[in-house]
Ligand binder design. Structure first.
Ligand SMILES: [Zn+2]
Length: 282
């Protein structure tokens, strides 16, 4: 009798397969949910939970597994640019705080942490051009060197910031971008790309400001806010963006590169994109 036959008999006849069968009975039953636990990790959010009504400041993520390969290699998701969104949605276990409601900085930090669970901390972003000798090289980045930028300037009880524009002297209240806002902006870029005249950068900034600015001169009316944004002097606009950058928590994506050819040292920004999750692809 072959081993295969023994296994089949054992599986079909339960305990009646005789005491002399050394092979464990093969039942074909699915593994219990508790059989193999995917490792998880508790992550402290850079926002300290200050923008969330429940004040949640940590979330639990599960490690990347073969299940996520289905996401990473789904041509539909790749084509629609939703790989990172779906990965994040899948990895965050907590029900009380979902990635759509998280500020961008928390999402970025989580994406880096999730990446490390699956592919480690070494990342090859591809070819980099040296700012000094102009030659290309392929650096390896240690993602562990990227440090969280914890929230320092606390928002008000609504999770908003108040600001007076330097040129027009108009006071505004604004909030930071969230996952759902990012999705709206991504959609806008896509619809812009479908049209022959291409995406309008200025339009994108306007849309971004519309999502962020909640109040102008004490007025919450969206039409009023929209008129204000369209008439915003460049200096005020730059000031707003800079202030936004200063208060926004997240992960510091500046990285020190050393040119392989001439040793030139320069700081460049690491991009958060789907490339992080395809380490073998150039
Ligand atoms: Zn160089």
């Amino acid at each position: 009798m072959s081993d295969n036959e023994k296994i089949t008999i054992g599986g079909n006849s339960g305990n009646n397969n005789g005491g002399n069968n050394n092979n464990p009975p093969f039942t074909g039953a699915p593994m219990g949910d508790d059989e193999f636990k995917v490792p998880t990790e508790e992550i402290e959010l850079p926002s300290r939970g200050a923008f969330y009504s429940n004040g949640k400041s940590t979330v639990k993520i599960k490690y990347l597994t073969a299940e996520e390969d289905n996401i990473l290699f789904s041509t539909d998701l790749i084509r629609s640019g939703k790989v990172l969104d779906v990965l994040l949605e899948n990895a965050v276990i907590d029900k009380e705080l979902r990635p759509d409601d998280m500020v961008s900085g928390d999402r970025n930090l989580l994406l880096i942490e999730i990446r490390k669970t699956g592919f480690g901390n070494e990342y090859k972003p591809g070819s980099v051009t040296c700012g000094s000798c102009g030659k290309d090289y392929n650096p390896t980045i240690d993602l562990n060197k990227l440090k969280p930028r914890m929230l320092e300037v606390m928002p008000d009880s609504d999770g908003f910031y108040s600001l007076e524009m330097p040129v027009t002297k108009i006071p505004i209240r604004f909030r930071l971008l969230r996952g759902s806002d990012e999705k709206r902006l991504t959609k806008l870029i896509e619809s812009g790309q479908k049209k022959s005249n291409g995406p309008r950068i200025s339009r994108l900034i306007t849309e971004r400001y519309l999502l962020q600015i909640m109040e102008v001169n004490g007025n919450k009316d969206k039409t009023y806010i929209s008129k204000f944004i369209n008439a915003m002097p460049t200096k005020d606009s730059l000031f707003f963006r800079e202030y936004n950058r200063q208060v926004e928590p997240g992960i510091d994506l500046d990285y020190e590169f050393d040119c392989e050819h001439c040793g030139h040292h320069e700081t460049k920004n690491i991009e958060i994109n789907s490339k992080l999750f395809y380490p073998d692809v150039d």
